[in-house]
Ligand binder design. Structure first.
Ligand SMILES: Cc1cc2nc3c(=O)[nH]c(=O)nc-3n(C[C@H](O)[C@H](O)[C@H](O)COP(=O)(O)OP(=O)(O)OC[C@H]3O[C@@H](n4cnc5c(N)ncnc54)[C@H](O)[C@@H]3O)c2cc1C
Length: 419
């Protein structure tokens, strides 16, 4: 009997899991199911477009589908939303083991006062736009000249850097051509924790030093000398010391300031008020981008599924049902951090498969092919999209991403017709 395994979500955790499981269970039929027509999750659609070295992890994942016999079933959403192809229960009826590796795509809100205010955006939405995610096709934020970035992790620094760069600084990336934000003149990054507890990596700060024309300051009330040995604080001190001859943009860092509420003038966003220990700081701005974490989109009832404490630890929700990656652990951890976690879950799944009594064979991917036929996209469809995007790269860019779903599906369909 061949064990049929469906991994839902073709992001890093799903790919690492398929990789590890493929080695442990050579006989298993492993299919990675993805709601988008194309694979790789945040490696393609979250990692900053000017970090092509990080995105190159997709070449490692490609081997899964090209050489290791793992199947890809794209354009199939699983869950409760009206656009879903199958519910989780329907999927479980077709496969022996289902792994949920669907990530966390919703921006965490900075607070009720901030919700519904024009000019306030989430970093997930903004980075999807900058990565040409099909779900961002209709999103057109207006940042104005002064932007406040809430948060002090690596994503907040990504946002700051991409707002700070000029068109020429995007050479070699796949940032949308002509998309640099020249009108942005002033960016404030504000973290709620003190600087020595902020989560950014020093390399992210050192990278900012390479952008010409940035005048960097450290906001009042931000102590950077508390951790003399802290590499991150040292990087910040170095950055703030080196000032350019000609200033194009100003950036400033503020730590230890929780956001209290947005400020409005005539109904329009005019700034953000921060407060700590009864002291207030108001920063005028035209827009806010909050980069304070992510949560579940609710389409797979994550909180109910992960109710048992041991699921967070082992990944097993029930026999034949597992969680992996950000969906399991929450919105923390880099791409490589998903690897070890996925390997542990793969080992558990392999044990379950080895111990399973012989029973009726489940249909697996054949049932998806029978039910969804043409609608389902394959790995070779993705390879075609990849070729088309690279061939369309304008000068100074490594690719021109197809940013809307109908166009992506039309490109796939045209090629199928031509075959
Ligand atoms: C903006 C941003 C920038 C980042 N930059 C870096 C970086 O530079 N370096 C680094 O190491 N880490 C970075 N990270 C962290 C890294 O992206 C994560 O560690 C990693 O992507 C988590 O992998 P995952 O597979 O759990 O989730 P994801 O990458 O989110 O993959 C989930 C996949 O599931 C699919 N999916 C969702 N719902 C469904 C459904 N219902 N049915 C079917 N498919 C579904 C999604 O389309 C997606 O393809 C960044 C994260 C963010 C948010």
């Amino acid at each position: 009997m061949t064990a049929k395994v469906a991994i839902v979500g073709a992001g890093p955790s799903g790919c690492y899991l398929a990789q590890a499981l493929g080695k442990l269970c050579k006989e298993a039929e492993i299919t990675v199911i993805e709601k988008l027509p194309v694979p790789f999750g945040l490696a393609r659609y979250g990692v900053a477009p000017d970090h092509q070295g990080t995105k190159a992890v997709t070449r490692q994942f490609a081997k899964l589908f090209e050489k290791q016999g793992v199947g890809f079933a794209g354009n199939l959403e699983i869950g409760t939303s009206p656009s879903a192809a199958l519910s989780l229960e329907e999927l479980r009826a077709l496969f022996d083991v289902v792994v949920l590796a669907t990530g966390l795509s919703q921006d965490r809100s900075p607070g009720r006062d901030f919700e519904g205010t024009p000019g306030i955006y989430g970093s997930g939405a903004v980075t999807r736009l900058w990565n040409s995610h099909p779900e961002a096709a209709e999103f057109s934020p207006e940042f104005g000249a002064r932007v406040v970035v809430l948060g002090a992790g690596n994503v907040a620094i990504d946002v700051l850097r991409l707002l700070a760069k000029a068109e020429d600084d995007f050479a070699g990336s796949d940032f949308p051509a002509g998309g640099a934000y020249d009108q942005v003149r002033e960016i404030h990054l504000v973290g709620r924790s003190p600087a020595d507890q902020a989560k950014f990596d020093p390399v992210m700060i050192r990278e900012l030093a390479k952008i010409p024309g940035l005048a960097v300051s450290i906001g009042e009330g931000t102590a950077l000398n508390s951790g003399e040995d802290d590499k991150r604080l040292a990087a910040l001190r170095d950055l703030a010391t080196a000032q350019p001859d000609a200033i194009t943009k100003k950036i400033s860092f503020h730590f230890g300031w929780p956001a209290k509420k947005p400020l409005r003038s005539n109904g329009t966003l005019s700034g953000v008020l921060f407060e700590r220990d009864g002291e207030e700081m108001a920063l005028p701005c035209d827009s806010v981008i909050s980069a304070i974490g992510y949560e579940d989109d609710g389409k797979l009832n994550r909180s109910a599924l992960l109710d048992g404490a041991s699921t967070h630890e082992t990944g097993q929700i029930a026999p034949g049902l597992y969680a992996a990656g950000w969906f399991k652990r929450g919105p923390q951890g880099t791409i490589p951090e998903n690897r070890a976690d996925s390997q542990k879950i793969a080992a558990l799944i392999a044990e379950e498969i080895a111990a399973a009594p012989a029973g009726a064979e489940k249909p697996g991917v054949a049932a998806l092919q029978a039910q969804f036929g043409n609608r389902m996209t394959s790995y070779s469809d993705w390879q075609h999209i990849d070729d088309v995007e690279k061939a369309a790269a304008p000068e100074g860019r490594c690719r021109a991403k197809i940013s809307n779903l109908p166009e992506m599906l039309a490109v796939i369909e045209n090629r199928r017709q031509a075959l």
